[in-house]
Design a binder for this molecule. Structure first.
Ligand SMILES: C=C(O[C@@H]1C=C(C(=O)O)C=C[C@H]1O)C(=O)O
Length: 187
């Protein structure tokens, strides 16, 4: 009998004590619970540039399918680089299931070059008091997310620290993965 090879996942819950495994300089970025866009813009003292690499319906990678218990295989995926003065600071990949971008969410998620955080952290939006579940990972060339991001961003360092957060927009899930790039440490 062929046993399904258990998908290797490098992800650990940030509140499971794994944060101290990360390099000290990445820990505040991995654990911050507010808007990443706002945190970066505060650090750089100006608005971020959002370079949209892809924003279309695609297949999930194996890690993401497993995260959603294989219930969804194809949905809207948005991949961006958050830059300042043309220098990438973060690569982000957001999984937006069809059910999460329908109804009144459809207009809210019509983003273009606006950062997703502007929708998720809008003052007008009631935010649930519950903390959004957060995982962190040390990505290398064997990591599923590393391989997925490298297809869109060839300058991705061979070892990168990342986080992924399950946000909810009007109760509907969005999985946001963010890979931190070396230039962010200049701020
Ligand atoms: C979720 C946020 O939005 C940021 C912007 C994104 C985008 O525009 O696609 C994706 C992830 C984040 O880095 C945030 O600011 O916290």
């Amino acid at each position: 009998m062929v046993h399904r090879r258990r998908l290797r996942s490098a992800w650990n819950r940030v509140d499971s004590g794994e944060l101290h495994q990360a390099p000290r300089q990445w820990q505040p970025w991995l654990s911050d619970t507010g808007s990443l866009t706002q945190k970066i813009e505060c650090a750089i003292g100006q608005k971020l540039e959002v370079l949209v690499l892809r924003d279309c319906r695609q297949n999930l990678n194996s890690d993401e399918s497993r995260y959603f218990h294989f219930k969804i295989s194809r949905c809207r995926i948005r991949e961006v680089l958050l830059c300042t003065n043309g220098v990438p600071l973060v690569m982000a990949r957001s999984i937006i299931p069809t059910t999460s971008s329908s109804g009144s969410n459809q207009e809210i998620l019509r983003l273009g070059k606006r950062p997703l955080g502007a929708a998720l952290f809008a003052k007008t939006r009631m935010r649930s008091k519950k903390k959004s579940p957060r995982e962190i990972a040390r990505l290398d060339k064997q990591s599923t997310l590393w391989k997925t991001c490298f297809q869109q961003y060839a300058d991705l360092p061979s070892v990168s620290w990342a986080r992924r957060t399950l946000y909810r927009l009007k109760g509907r899930p969005l999985l946001v993965s963010e890979v931190f790039l070396p230039a962010l440490l200049h701020y």
